[in-house]
Design a protein around this ligand. Structure first.
Ligand code: S3P
Length: 175
């Protein structure tokens, strides 16, 4: 007998500019499921924007709030869950995602190359880790995180050149 796994129907992870939010919305359109986004959960809990939290309290504080938001969402949410790009850096979050996946959960790595990510993130001042030289910052983030994304993922979708709808359809086919 197969019991339905609890938790989100699908978790989306990947670097800034991979299209996590837009693909989540497209997936919602296809499936009728709700979208939850850990950046928005953190902002609601803190009563401040992600960039203000970074400026006022630093990245470690943001990561602690993010860890709590991911844990709560994995426990409560049954729809589509989009993670902040760096959420996977936290070892406790990695363990939660491993458990979720071991229980039959779908962890999707939305992959993207710099040339496709750059137009989406380059001039967006709301991303505190990409200020200064966004292309170099993004490449450094991705180089450090790619092995983590690849290790945690049960599904890998390269979004280069795909519309959000096409990327969402690729996710649906693979989960
Ligand atoms: C971050 C990505 C952001 C946000 C924060 C840190 C990161 O989310 O959580 O600015 O470390 O990659 P998006 O991936 O939705 O941009």
């Amino acid at each position: 007998d197969q019991t339905t796994p609890s938790g989100p129907a699908v978790v989306l992870m990947g670097p800034p500019g991979a299209g996590k939010s837009t693909v989540a919305r497209a997936l919602a359109g296809i499936t009728g499921l709700d979208v939850r986004d850990t950046d928005r959960d953190v902002e609601r809990a803190a009563g401040a924007s992600v960039s203000d939290i970074f400026v006022d309290h630093g990245e470690p504080h943001f990561r602690a709030l993010e860890r709590d938001a991911v844990a709560t969402a994995l426990a409560e949410h049954t729809g589509i869950l989009a993670l902040g790009g760096g959420a996977v850096l936290d070892p406790a979050t990695q363990a939660l995602l491993e458990d979720y996946r071991a229980g039959g959960g779908a962890v999707v790595f939305l992959d993207v190359s710099l040339s496709h990510a750059a137009p989406r993130v380059g001039f967006n001042q709301s991303r505190p880790l990409l200020l200064g030289n966004p292309r170099a910052q993004w490449q450094a983030l991705m180089q450090a995180r790619r092995p983590v994304y690849e290790r945690l993922a049960s599904v890998h979708v390269l979004t280069d050149g795909l519309t959000p709808r096409a990327a969402a359809e690729s996710v649906v086919q693979q989960v």
